[in-house]
Design a protein around this ligand. Structure first.
Ligand SMILES: O=c1ccn([C@@H]2O[C@H](COP(=O)(O)O)[C@@H](O)[C@H]2O)c(=O)[nH]1
Length: 238
């Protein structure tokens, strides 16, 4: 069952990942694979997860010169992930070439969607304006990156819950909004800055939730995941 809730498999090894999935009966749940696990286990991991019935968001956040990204994407396309990420900060040419590589490498009958990261949810105005010296409002910058990525071939964007509805309004209802930084009430933000509950994500019109530590570090991951599902499906009953 795909409810568009992707569980972030931020574990060091496949052995630990598999043990977590099996222990909590998260079989067939859509998953996000990031750098930590992918750099340890390599490309065969994607096939292993697909064989076990998981939809896979491969979150490698490519950001390099356009030719390098195009060639990397041509290889990534053969892995069979459902979505793959690049940084929008790479610019319009990089995004176009990423799409070109993805299209060229994708086997017939398969599809891997290209998703562009706008502004990381671990960043706030302090970082964006004062450290990175980006001008203007964080949200306006995120919307601009989303629009640029969409116009250059991205199928969707990674953004915080706070930008999701606005991005869909600006770009297109078909532009997928993938939202990390999800926390259940009272869960620690840790290194995230723009966090939100599943209920707010629902209210703000996000398409896809990425849930990591609010489930994986919970005392009871099954209950935590169930609570995410309930809020995402029904909001919070007052
Ligand atoms: O802007 C972004 C882009 C990607 N991520 C990734 O999502 C998960 C979130 O993990 P939590 O434990 O729920 O904080 C993680 O894998 C990040 O690499 C993001 O958080 N923000």
């Amino acid at each position: 069952m795909n409810e568009n809730i992707y569980l972030a498999l931020d574990f060091p090894t496949w052995q630990e990942t598999k043990a977590f999935i099996d222990r909590n009966d998260f079989h067939g749940v859509p998953v996000k694979v990031g750098m930590e696990l992918f750099y340890r286990e390599g490309p065969h991991l994607i096939d292993a997860l697909k064989q076990r019935g998981h939809d896979v968001l491969l979150d490698l956040k490519l950001h390099d010169i356009p030719t390098t990204v195009m060639k990397a994407m041509r290889n990534i396309a053969t892995l069979g992930a459902d979505m793959v990420t690049v940084h929008a900060l790479g610019g319009s040419d990089m995004i176009q070439r990423a799409k070109e590589g993805l299209t060229a490498g994708t086997p017939a009958g398969c599809e891997t969607k290209l998703i562009a990261v706008t502004i990381l949810t671990s960043m706030d105005e302090m970082i964006v304006n004062r450290e990175l010296k980006m001008n203007g409002d964080l949200q306006q910058n995120a919307l601009h990156f989303a629009d640029m990525a969409h116009q250059n071939g991205a199928d969707g964007v990674v953004c915080s819950v706070y930008e999701a509805g606005k991005i869909k309004h600006l770009c297109s209802p078909s532009c997928l909004t993938v939202t990390p930084g999800i926390r259940l009430h009272h869960a620690a933000a840790a290194d995230q800055k723009r966090i939100a509950t599943p209920a707010l994500a629902r209210n703000n019109g996000a398409d896809i939730l990425v849930v990591g530590r609010t489930v994986t570090h919970a005392g009871n991951p099954i209950t935590a995941f169930e609570n995410v599902r309930k809020e995402w499906a029904h909001g919070i009953k007052s």
